[in-house]
Design a protein around this ligand. Sequence first.
Ligand SMILES: Cc1cc2nc3c(=O)[nH]c(=O)nc-3n(C[C@H](O)[C@H](O)[C@H](O)COP(=O)(O)OP(=O)(O)OC[C@H]3O[C@@H](n4cnc5c(N)ncnc54)[C@H](O)[C@@H]3O)c2cc1C
Length: 396
Amino acid sequence: MASEERTQVGIVGAGPAGLVLGRLLELAGIDTVILEARSRDYVEHRIRAGVLEHDTAELLAEAGVGERMRAEGLVHDGIELRFGGAGHRIDFPKLTGGRHVVLYGQTELVKDLIAARLDTGAPLRFEATDVALHDIEGEPWIAYVHEGAERILRCDAIAGCDGFHGVSRPAVPGLKVWEREYPFGWLGILADVPPSTDELIYAHSERGFALHSMRSLQLSRLYVQCDPTDDIANWSDARIWEELHQRLALDGWSLQEGPILDKGITPMRSFVAEPMRHGRLLLAGDAAHIVPPTGAKGLNLAVADVRLLAEALIARFTGGGEALLDAYSDSALQRVWRAEHFSWWMTSMLHRFPERDAFGERLQLSQLDYTCRSEAASTSLAENYVGLATDWWSRA
Ligand SMILES: Cc1cc2nc3c(=O)[nH]c(=O)nc-3n(C[C@H](O)[C@H](O)[C@H](O)COP(=O)(O)OP(=O)(O)OC[C@H]3O[C@@H](n4cnc5c(N)ncnc54)[C@H](O)[C@@H]3O)c2cc1C
């Protein structure tokens, strides 16, 4: 017989969405159990995003998990768009009334959130397998296996925070899905070398897109556009550095090389599933939507979803009724679609499409030039990149 327990919110997935939601609900005195398929070590070392929007960083600090981010994260006041042999800076605080982004690896953020949860003793079960959701329109429960035993978790609501390949989204009947695949991917490396730049460089080049990012003052993160079906074995370290040198080339600037600690190829996709609520199951983060990484939005959208979801669940459990829960999907999707558009726009403007299209490339260069020289266009990029403020959304 499976052992049974009860909680208010069962959270599936301990990525940024599940962990931030767990933290916000815990601070409000609401009981949660987080079930995570992978081990703690795996989750803490999965290298992914690293750019936190202004409000994401603020939320983490307000939730009491921002101490190391404040000490070790890098505040960035702009990015460089590099094209046509020149670099052009977009100044975030000047264009957005003082807002910026913080560079802090997703791995570090996840470590901080896990440590904070384990500190308080709130339940977080790693290596929970065979997770299955039941009766999501009535009295939901989750079946799973943990430490060799079958278990049942009964809850008032389930938060599906289990990423793109999880079990939550497939549990919803009749979802409407929008999807776009891109004919390129990103080959990303983590290199043990101080960044060759103070701010991120997004480079448009004849050989394809390149991005110079960083995880700390000692660790560089760099990407080149590649064929999404390519095998990483075809990319020696020397070939990767050569490609980066060529795509990022600028007179008077040089790229520092160092040992490559990690490398991998990620395909690029835009994806939205609607609605984000079905009965007592609420989807958040990559479980409901994916963006190509060019606008650095994936992690930030996951956090924005659970900020809304936490408010709605807190209202529901403290006598505030279901109105916010009823509005959750529509409210979250408004921000999701804005980020989908921004990510698609940045991707389309900066990448080289495989069927060489000279007309399309001239349009890209014209758009880049306009974006850098028009204050209105620069402001549009800047406010989307740092993230539209919470009060901007409440004006909708
Ligand atoms: C290789 C890669 C690079 C990326 N780079 C960037 C970037 O540069 N910038 C950016 O903004 N975004 C980037 N992203 C996207 C960003 O990392 C995601 O948007 C973010 O992780 C979403 O958080 P999440 O919590 O919704 O999902 P996830 O981080 O995917 O977390 C979901 C969790 O659920 C767990 N899970 C899955 N199935 C189950 C199950 N059945 N039962 C229990 N647990 C389950 C998973 O193990 C995982 O821990 C990248 C993504 C990838 C894959």
